[in-house]
Design a protein around this ligand. Structure first.
Ligand code: BEZ
Length: 202
C-alpha cells in the first residue's frame, strides 16, 4: 500500500498513528506529495481527483481517501483491539470525537494557510477570528470531557491528539494548555506513545 503524504499534514498523521497503534506501519510505503493550497499535487489526480492527501493506493490500484475512510479501512485489516468501536454508544462517541478533532484541524489548517500564505492586505480578519473561535470552543469541550480521554485508544482520541499536536506545531504561542489542565495532562502522556513520537512533524 502506498500512502501519499506530507510530514506536516495532521490528517496524514492520523492515518500513520492508527497504523502504528494497530501494528501496520511496515505495510505502508510513504510517497512524498508536494502541493500548496493553490497548486494541488497533479501526480495525485489519477487516484484522487481532489488532489488531496492522505490518499491510500492499494496494491490492486484502488484509491481510498480521506483520512476517515483510510483509517477505517486499515482498522478492518488487523485482529487486535479496534480503533473504530462496534455499533453502539462507544462508536458514536468515537466518531463524534473524530469529527470534532477534524473540525479543529480544518479551522487550524485553514487559518495557517490564510496567515502564512496569503498576502496580509488580502487576509480576512473576521474569518480568521471565527476559525480561531471554532477550535478554541472545541478545545474547551475537550477539556470538559478530558476525564474520558484516558480509556481505550480509539479513532476519537487519536484525532484529538493529532489536533493538539498540530496546534503545538503551527501555533506554539496559542497557549491552549493555560486554562485546560485536564487536556494538557492527558496529552502530555499520550504524546509519548511510540505512534505519536514516530510521526511528530517537529
Ligand atoms: C501545514 O504545513 O501546516 C500543512 C501541510 C499539509 C496539510 C495540512 C497542513
Amino acid at each position: 500500500m502506498k500512502l501519499f503524504h506530507n510530514i506536516a499534514s495532521p490528517f496524514v498523521r492520523k492515518v500513520r498513528v492508527l497504523a502504528a497503534e494497530t501494528g501496520q506501519s511496515a505495510r505502508i510505503e510513504l510517497v512524498q506529495s508536494v502541493f500548496t493550497p493553490v497548486q494541488p499535487d497533479r501526480e495525485l489526480f489519477g487516484s484522487n481527483p481532489l488532489g488531496k492527501i492522505p490518499t491510500l493506493l492499494l496494491d490492486d490500484g484502488t484509491a481510498l481517501y480521506d483520512s476517515r475512510v483510510i483509517c477505517e479501512y486499515l482498522d478492518s485489516l488487523h485482529e487486535g483491539p479496534k480503533m473504530f468501536p462496534a455499533l453502539g454508544p462507544a462508536r458514536w462517541a468515537a466518531l463524534t470525537r473524530q469529527a470534532q478533532g477534524d473540525g479543529i484541524l480544518d479551522a487550524a489548517v485553514g487559518t495557517r494557510y490564510e496567515l502564512a500564505l496569503r498576502d496580509p492586505s488580502r487576509q480576512w480578519p473576521e474569518w480568521i477570528e471565527n476559525q480561531r473561535q471554532k477550535y478554541r470552543r472545541s478545545l474547551d469541550a475537550l477539556e470538559a470531557e478530558s476525564g474520558s480521554l484516558d480509556g481505550a485508544v480509539d479513532i476519537g482520541v487519536i484525532t484529538a491528539a493529532c489536533a493538539l499536536g498540530y496546534l503545538d506545531f503551527r501555533y506554539p504561542d496559542e497557549g491552549w494548555r493555560d486554562a485546560r489542565p485536564g487536556l494538557a495532562g492527558w496529552y502530555a502522556a499520550f504524546r509519548e506513545r511510540e505512534s505519536m513520537r514516530t510521526t511528530a512533524p517537529e
